[in-house]
Design a protein around this ligand. Structure first.
Ligand code: URA
Length: 428
């Protein structure tokens, strides 16, 4: 087969055949297709799109480029969640042990943060001793013992995606719905989950800024999952404002523990419970019936917290150890009084990133204690001169640039200017 023919076919709006797709992904993984040729093909796909059969085959070819885990022999049904990423999105932390406490098993392969959105592994690594890298045997042991495991994806899973994602990142071809869908789903299918719930975020702090694109991304991924025998549903959820009151690694772990202890911010609790119920249903269990606990009950009765502690301990962490705290703090005061009518997730994420909570390049280290505490969320009242944000960092020279990011990040107005928007916008 000739790669130039494949590029031309897609460039001219054609449909790639299954044979062409299998060959391209296989040859690229073996290093037989030059980076510039794959970049040209990615751009042709970006411009011309792919139909359902093409995306499904592309995903399968990437899946076949590496190993595929299999947990179908576990006593419990497996289910997982993937979030397209947002600001303050610590949901995996309370969600995994909650679902485990309700009776399903959660094999969760997570990533690190890049840019303004945080990564689950960075958050968990704030816990002294906690280990992200597990062998497949260790992963299986933790999953069997605790009903949950959260770890880094090994390099053997969907290696074609690893290379292709790095190439897309430097060729302006990341924002393609078929390529994003195939990239995410090849990794999720490789981890061997029996069912999957996608949290597709919409809004300023999300990858997808508008509802129509988020809906298309969700639909494409749901189709891929179901085409591959993994029962998949998606929730479209709001990411105009950050989730919870804490943005930053250790700050978010502390907030997750509050939720697991039966407290915590209402939006984090609501989303944790909504996603947990969907995960149980996708796994064939009915929350609150037939011995399956309802997730809200697991948060109230301490079983989710017990499951969290077990999960952290099994991965080498000390769930009771003090979390890292940033060396310096600066409080930003409300310039006027009124109701917070807007709080921009992207700008808060940018401020946390500038304080050291995120990384600019994948080799960078993150500061565990850095981040932003939100004292007033949309719909809440503040008085002039009261704290609006607390900034946390180890390097005080970072304060000014972080405060700049927050300057246009909020509006304070009259109460009637604010209207509550639903957190869960739709289900697909
Ligand atoms: N996350 C992924 O894993 N892949 C993409 O293409 C985009 C976001």
């Amino acid at each position: 087969m000739d790669v130039i023919e494949v590029i031309r076919a897609k460039r001219d709006g054609g449909t790639l055949t299954p044979e062409q797709i299998d060959w391209v992904i296989g040859a690229y993984t073996r290093g037989e297709i030059a980076e510039e040729q794959m970049a040209a093909l990615a751009m042709a796909i970006f411009l011309q799109g792919m139909d359902r059969a093409e995306v499904s085959r592309w995903t399968e070819a990437m899946l076949d480029s590496g190993e595929r885990l299999d947990f179908s022999d576990l006593a419990r049904p497996t289910t997982d969640k993937h979030s397209t990423g947002g600001v303050g999105d610590k949901i995996t932390l309370p969600l995994t042990p909650t679902v485990a406490a309700c009776g399903a098993a959660v094999p969760q392969l997570s990533g690190r943060g890049l840019g303004h959105t945080g990564g689950t592994l960075d958050k968990l690594e704030a816990i002294p001793g906690w280990k992200a890298s597990l062998s497949t045997e260790e992963m299986r042991r933790v999953l069997t013992t605790t009903g949950g495991v959260i770890c880094a994806a090994g390099s053997g899973l969907a290696p074609a995606d690893r290379r292709l994602y790095a190439l897309r990142d430097v060729t302006g071809t990341v924002e393609s719905i078929p390529l994003i869908s195939a990239s995410i789903m090849s990794k999720k299918l490789a981890e061997g989950t029996g069912s999957l719930v996608l949290d597709v975020k919409v809004g300023s702090g999300a990858f997808m800024k508008d509802l129509a694109s988020a809906r298309e991304l969700a639909r494409t991924m749901v189709d891929i999952g179901n085409d591959h025998g993994v029962r998949t549903v998606a929730l479209l959820t709001d990411m105009e404002s950050p989730l919870g009151r804490q943005v930053g690694n250790a700050l978010e772990v502390a907030e997750a523990v509050e939720v697991l202890s039966g407290g915590g911010p209402a939006d984090v609790v609501e989303l944790t419970v909504a996603l947990a119920r969907e995960m149980l249903l996708a796994a064939g269990l009915t929350p609150g019936e037939g011995g399956t606990k309802d997730p809200a009950e697991a948060l109230r009765d301490g079983s989710a917290l017990a499951s969290w502690k077990e999960l952290v301990r099994e991965q080498g962490g000390d769930p009771d150890a003090p979390l890292p705290v940033a060396a310096e703090r600066r409080v930003v005061l409300a310039p006027t009084g009124g109701v917070v009518t807007r709080l921009d997730a992207y700008q808060v994420g940018l401020a946390a990133w500038r304080l050291g909570a995120g990384r600019a390049r994948k080799e960078d280290a993150v500061s565990f204690g850095a981040g932003v505490t939100l004292h007033a969320k949309p719909g809440e009242e503040v008085k002039a001169g009261e704290p609006l944000f607390t900034l946390h960092t180890d390097e005080p020279e970072r304060f000014d640039r972080a405060a700049e990011a927050l300057e246009g990040a909020f509006d304070i107005g009259a109460g009637d200017e604010w209207k509550a928007a639903p957190l869960v916008i739709d289900r697909i």
